[in-house]
Design a protein around this ligand. Sequence first.
Ligand SMILES: [Mg+2]
Length: 262
Amino acid sequence: MLTKLFTFVSIFDDIYDSYSTLEESKLLTIAIERWDEQAAEQLPGYMKFFYNKVLETVKDIEEDLKHQGNKNADYIKKLLIDATKCYYNEAKWREEGDAPATVEEHLLFSMPSSCCMHVPALALVAIGATSDVIDWAMTYPKIIRASCVVGRVINDVASHERERDQYSGQQQVMSTVEACMEENSYTAKEDAYNKLRELIEESWMDISEEHLRLAAAQPPAPLLEVVVDATRMLDFLYKDQDAYTLPQALKRVADSIYVDPI
Ligand SMILES: [Mg+2]
């Protein structure tokens, strides 16, 4: 279930970030909010297949979960609708807004659209967390917020390094790297990378602290581990390079788990 939903989230990200015009992405956001096959009529041709696939797949997943006695299957729809709104807000801000002067200002829009709240929240739905816990996750408590900051910033640093090599510095989207350079009057990108790596470290400290603090109370520890593990996955994907965009970098690891287990 998570693989399917994660795939959708990735495709949404590509549509909003790189493929659609703002007007088209607005149509997609409205259609997703309607969540109705008829709404596909209003979409550009290239989105129709994808849109219908999302509706169809989520319907199957919801049925499966309901068969398992899961009472919160409806949250999948809610979370995907919310994710597309976050993507749309980010796209709109990029196109119409002023260039952010600080990392914090950048994160106002780019933190929710990291979808690092949505993915663990979907995992919480899958493992049968109560609606209280899923609602809690959706309010961006400190541990989730820190996970989103790790996700956004680690992605920006890794892809910035990759894009710099690939396109010799032609950055299409202003990332937290540029915001960090602007904020600190840096001229070298490496200074921004180092500063942002410090922010990642600090956010990990928040995650550990919140994990320990909350585990003693509510929600129970296994649910918090979903958030910690989702953030670990990001660390694994982006630590050395942008292995999310260039997954061949993970071939050896995937082989050692699934093909030739060590
Ligand atoms: Mg994006």
